[in-house]
Design a protein around this ligand. Structure first.
Ligand code: C5P
Length: 223
């Protein structure tokens, strides 16, 4: 299989407070997004790597072999731009989307998600997710707890997310891009079937400075 990948790296990184794009922040001696690029290079079933970059900052992304695409206003707009570039020369069967903010992604998880979707014709997408370890409560508009949700029915959603390319294209064309925090929610809203594949506990997302320290430690350990 030869599946194109899109790494979205066009976020501003305001919550990290690094004074520039999060994807370019130094992590164990390299820009954060480069660790994800490595994993996609190593994945057996990925054939091309597109990276959505912050507008005007493309020159700062210099990993060899990547195809750069200008990112958009929100994450979903960046995915839309990337998908348009991927499908410009013909529509692949599947596409895999990943956040540059998850630098500990493993090639094994990427391949497993691609194979999993390929082998399940009922599904339109297969997304990485972790079981909930915290107890989750829903709040009312007054900030008071309304109910405690059943943790056994909940997962915490991550990337990579693998899609049938035609389904993702349709969902993006008809969905509310500004409101979506991931692409699978656009598929769900359009009535598509989204499956989950359990991701290892190390696939953390870097959002605040403490996450960066943890990611550096985990990378050191895995070297
Ligand atoms: O902001 P957050 O960390 O949730 O963003 C998730 C991913 O989406 C990051 O890798 C970020 O670079 C990317 N993103 C993007 N374009 C935007 C906003 C976020 O590619 N406009």
């Amino acid at each position: 299989m030869g599946v194109p990948a899109l790494i979205v790296a066009a976020g501003s990184g305001q919550r990290l407070g690094a004074g520039g794009p999060k994807a370019l922040v130094d992590l164990a001696g390299r820009p954060m997004y480069a660790w994800s690029v490595d994993a996609f290079r190593e994945a057996t079933h990925v054939n091309r790597i597109f990276v959505a970059v912050p507008p005007g900052k493309g020159d700062l992304f210099d990993e060899p072999g990547i195809v750069k695409v200008e990112g958009g206003e929100t994450r979903s707009h960046s995915v839309a731009n990337g998908l348009a570039a991927i499908t410009a020369a013909g529509e692949p069967e599947m596409v895999v989307v990943h956040d540059a903010a998850r630098p500990l992604i493993s090639p094994a998880l990427i391949d497993a998600a691609i194979i999993g979707l390929d082998q399940d014709p009922e599904l339109h997408a297969l997304i990485a997710a972790a079981p909930m370890t915290d107890t989750v409560k829903r709040l009312g508009s007054d900030g008071v707890v309304v109910e405690t949700l059943d943790r056994s029915e909940l997962v915490s959603v991550q990337t990579p997310q693998v899609f049938r390319a035609s389904t993702l294209k349709q969902a993006i064309a008809s969905g509310d891009l500004a409101a979506a925090t991931d692409d699978a929610s656009l598929i769900e809203a359009a009535g598509g079937a989204v499956g989950v594949i359990e991701s290892p506990s190390g696939n953390i997302k870097v959002t605040v400075p403490a996450d960066l320290d943890l990611a550096a430690l985990l990378l050191e350990r895995s070297r």
